[in-house]
Ligand binder design. Structure first.
Ligand SMILES: [Zn+2]
Length: 191
């Protein structure tokens, strides 16, 4: 099984942080929490999270100052940061962009589950390939075999292994895939 994505939630509003912590946990993330930028920096280097979701205004150290500090250490410099903004002020958005934030989420207009989806999307790579098992007798499979002159059992013509459907993600925003039949064993591809 794949390792869980570890997210560091940085916010001084405990209720808000706990609400997000629960939603991210329920969505399969491992969650680490910090109450301000100082604690966030500390947890970022100790816990090496895959992503940081941080508020802006916090006591001791704000989210933007924390982002600048994260960049000064090799270990934390490349951790993607997503900003959690209360009001979505234009100047905050510009500052977030300038500091290389991966996303800028305005809490008042973004449902928490949508926030999870947007953060999850940061980890989907375009060009990523997925091999799927294919049922030779289900739905349009027999018609497909006939139309394309495939072996009706969907076995590889070269080695006899059951061929699989290969999906390649070509547009992650609209979730558009390119599909191809391939043999997982010998590499035969439908032309
Ligand atoms: Zn084969």
């Amino acid at each position: 099984m794949d390792k869980k994505t570890k997210i560091l939630l940085v916010d001084d509003d405990v209720n808000l942080r706990q609400m997000y912590a629960e939603i991210f946990k329920n969505s399969g993330f491992e969650v680490v929490e910090a109450g301000d930028g100082v604690e966030g920096l500390d947890k970022a280097s100790k816990e090496a999270p895959d992503v940081i979701f941080t508020g802006i205004i916090m006591p001791r150290m704000d989210g933007f100052t924390m982002m600048e500090a994260l960049k000064k250490t090799v270990m934390t410099a490349s951790i993607p940061v997503v900003i959690s903004s209360h009001m979505g002020r234009e100047e905050d958005q510009q500052k977030a962009n300038a500091l290389g934030a991966k996303d800028f989420i305005v809490r008042d207009i973004t449902r928490p589950i949508e926030t999870v989806e947007r953060i999850r999307a940061l980890f989907i790579q375009e060009g990523g390939e997925y091999k799927l098992e294919f049922s030779a007798d289900r739905m349009d499979a027999p018609k497909l075999a006939k139309d394309l002159s495939f072996n009706p059992t969907f076995n590889c013509l070269d080695c006899g292994t059951t061929i699989s459907l290969n999906l390649k993600l070509i547009n992650k925003k609209d979730r558009i895939f390119e599909a191809k039949f391939v043999c997982p064993k010998c590499g035969w591809e439908a032309k």
